[in-house]
Design a protein around this ligand. Sequence first.
Ligand code: EPU
Length: 421
Amino acid sequence: MDKLIVEGGVKLTGGIRVSGSKNACLPILAASLLSEEGSSITNVPDLKDISTMVEIISRLGRKIERSGDSVRIFPGEAVNRVALYELVSTMRASIVVLGPLLARYGEAKVSFPGGCVIGPRPINLHLKGLRALGADINIKEGYLVARARRLKGSKIYLGGHFGSSVLATANTLMAAVLAEGETIIEDSACEPEIVDLADFLTAMGAVIKGAGTPTLRVTGVKSLNGVDYRVIPDRIETGTYMIGAVLTGGKVFLEGAKAEHNLALIDKLAEAGGRVEEKPDGLEVYRTGRKVHAVDITTQTYPGFPTDLQAQMMSLVTVSDGISVITEKIYPERFIHISELNRMGADIILEGSTAIIKGVKRLSGAPVMASDLRASAALILAGLVADGHTEISRIYHLDRGYEHIEDKLSAAGARVWRVKE
Ligand code: EPU
């Protein structure tokens, strides 16, 4: 298994090109199943999760090819409607093939996704949305077995205990576009990845209003066409490097990044002493003063502060000049990184789903273990400002969601390298 070594003490300086959004690509790839025509998707990042989705689509029987940052889905039908445990268990987002398969073929069998290290990951809202459209879904031998004659438009309230759900909205939306009549999804997710999916579906011929708001209105159509489509830049990758620039006190130009997708982060970075300037083709990010200031954060659904940047922001405030309070409202257990940051000399205590972080003068490099994708990124960021070397193991998590992270950081001056264990 590979490890990543980070040698601290270098300010990130220079340019980093932002990749296409993983979390936009995954449902968009699944949505391509809604048409028998071919589609071509560009700005697709080179990531393990994308390979998993490509593999799932290929096993469903569609010819699909990857070349550079493009994925081409050839014309044809999904002759199999089964997403197997061996693939779904490696990536929960695989569940987004359920909606398209049901809508297009009236049947689907998808392995029931498990929980993960960031906490329980229920799927009740996915089931609620699809059942409201008329699907009959049972759980058999670890699989969701779904059937429907023709889905029928419906009025659905999709809010859950933790607010809206991104992938439940995606699944319900993808099913609704081919359902008969009108569907209204209330408390739908407003994340940019949902807007991107709606744009992709609209380009395929779907009729959708309200994308980016809590009310989606869909008028079902009989069939959809293939399209050529470019996905949006990855706002979480962007945010991770923005935090890195402020943390190290360097200056980074993020080529292709969009401020409008990261307003909550930009606001918090300003409080922490960072500055983000919009340029015609990206964002320039740097720190204005000598110190990082303490900030309080509560994660929320979009446009609130994203849970996917919580761990990275925690790394930032470990070296702040005061006490920060970070509350996690989306995944109340998403705090495995705390013990690893404390191994590096941070001073963090956890009270329920709130972390209290007392800023320390310095972190000290240590062997640490990555526990999930975003926690891994947080440990790299901490390593960038720690004394000595930080050795991060289990970095397969990183390869799921950060395209060529060590190359990108190295290009901005960081001393980061990968070693085989
Ligand atoms: N929830 C339910 N019932 C459901 C679905 C979700 O109660 O049926 C709860 C979840 O447990 C959570 C909250 O709703 O408390 C929000 O979860 P959501 O469904 O929005 O998460 P997701 O759609 O499964 C996507 C991203 C995650 C990101 C979350 C929140 C993808 C592939 N994944 O997951 O990204 O954290 O939205 O923004 O889009 C990551 O990239 O590292 C990652 C984990």
